[in-house]
Design a protein around this ligand. Structure first.
Ligand code: MLT
Length: 330
């Protein structure tokens, strides 16, 4: 009897663990630390995927570039050796030029406009990205305007900016935009930025307020300027090869979870941005607001738009995307 009970219990335990074991593991990489809103969205995605797939897909989150830089991981997602990533649009654009329509300087004046554009562009992008880059978008995140920080001096106008060594993400749009303001920017992987600021290899960088807080940039930077040239947008991408190997119901569950997790993150974005700004000021950083000659910054950067067509998917796509953006942001 005791043997029977032990056997029955053993079988039940085995069946139980088989019933609860996931069919798939989905690694989700991102470049921010656990105090950043990106991680909050990643956790929400994990929760929703596990709920909508009844645990058949097990999401494992790897924050802080643990699996490689954002650009390296995007390449790995393309080949399917990593399943998914949340990646800043500027770090995806060298692999997937079409997403670059989200990062034309001064294209959006509010986060509401950026949200409308992301939502309207996701389907057309998903018709292009699988072929172009081997990835597809499950949801599009937003974390507010990128602000300029530096450790040298208050930047109130273009003259103050001259001579500063500013890190930018490694893509032509960011590099040329900063050149149009008279700088020789330093393209650098995100993971290298904090030590480079600490060691004085660079004087400054640009990222959202929430990132400046999560990275403790106040320890190595003193001044903030709200240059308003770009909103941090970043898709949650999945490997097309891996996605196509899933049953339709699992694909649908991922689409739903990605959409909802991105919306969840966006809902908190404005409030988190405001809190982060206040915190940086409380911690001693000097906030200069917008440059007093902002129209000159805008004029120089906007003049570059036609020259970016090849970097962002070609003129035909730029025209199509521009029409879509104009329709939804009016
Ligand atoms: C970057 O500047 O490379 C990105 O904004 C970093 C990030 O993904 O948060």
């Amino acid at each position: 009897m005791k043997l029977l009970t032990t056997l029955t219990l053993g079988v039940a335990l085995t069946m139980g663990s088989a019933a609860f074991a996931a069919d798939y593991t989905m690694r989700l990489s991102h470049g921010d630390n656990e105090n950043n809103p990106t991680h909050v969205t990643a956790l929400k995605f994990e929760e929703l995927v596990e709920k909508y797939t009844d645990g058949r897909i097990d999401v494992q989150i790897f924050p802080s570039n643990q699996l490689g830089s954002e650009q390296e991981v995007a390449q790995a997602v393309r080949t399917g050796s990593i399943e998914s990533e949340i990646v800043y649009t500027g770090n995806l654009v060298p692999l997937a030029p079409s997403v670059g329509v989200m990062m034309l300087p001064y294209a959006f004046t509010s986060t509401d406009q950026a949200h409308a554009a992301m939502d309207a562009l996701t389907d057309p992008l998903n018709e292009r990205l699988p072929r172009e880059a081997g990835v597809r978008i499950l949801g599009y995140l937003e974390k507010g305007f990128r602000v300029l920080t530096n450790g040298e001096r208050e930047v109130k106008n273009l003259d103050d900016l001259q001579g500063l060594k500013i890190r930018v993400s490694k893509n032509n749009i960011a590099i040329e935009t900063f050149r149009s303001w008279g700088l020789d920017p330093v393209p650098m992987a995100w993971a290298e930025v904090f030590p480079a600021l600490q060691q004085g290899v660079i004087d400054g960088q640009e990222n959202p307020y929430t990132t400046a807080v999560s990275m403790k940039f106040n320890e190595v930077q003193d001044y903030i300027t709200e240059i308003h040239y770009l909103i941090w947008s970043g898709p949650l991408i999945v490997s097309e090869r891996w996605y196509q190997g899933l049953d339709a119901d699992l694909q649908e569950a991922l689409n739903k979870a990605g959409r909802e997790a991105a919306l969840y993150g966006r809902q908190n974005s404005a409030e988190e941005t405001e809190k982060a700004m206040q915190k940086l000021v409380e911690m001693g950083m000097t906030l200069s607001g917008a440059p007093e000659d902002e129209e000159k910054w805008q004029e120089a950067a906007r003049a570059l738009w036609p020259s970016f067509a090849d970097d962002i998917g070609g003129q035909e796509w730029v025209d199509q995307a521009s029409r879509i953006i104009a329709e939804v942001t009016q």
